[in-house]
Ligand binder design. Structure first.
Ligand code: FAD
Length: 56
């Protein structure tokens, strides 16, 4: 199998990169050791909310 890029981890950084590469039609695969957003689902508090620099 040939691919241009491999993303390790389907956390939000990996998913954001997935979106960017897809937008630019760059072929890639995402490798995740668990499930999508694994650490958010299994290693964070249930109260986790996404913090961004947008201020809203
Ligand atoms: C205790 C705690 C509480 C937090 N609370 C908040 C909060 O309330 N709000 C907020 O915005 N942020 C919070 N954060 C920060 C937030 O969790 C991180 O900034 C964010 O998850 C980082 O995203 P990431 O994609 O870089 O990494 P991660 O979300 O950690 O994603 C990495 C992914 O890579 C996978 N992975 C790792 N190694 C491999 C491998 N060898 N092969 C394949 N897959 C692999 C993991 O399973 C995981 O899915 C918290 C962090 C911690 C530690």
């Amino acid at each position: 199998m040939y691919t241009t890029a491999i993303i390790i981890g389907a956390g939000h950084a990996g998913l954001a990169m997935n979106r960017c590469l897809a937008t630019h039609a760059i072929d890639h695969v995402v490798l995740e050791r668990g499930k999508v957003a694994n650490s958010w689902k299994t290693e964070r508090w249930d109260s986790l909310r996404l913090l961004t620099s947008s201020g809203s």
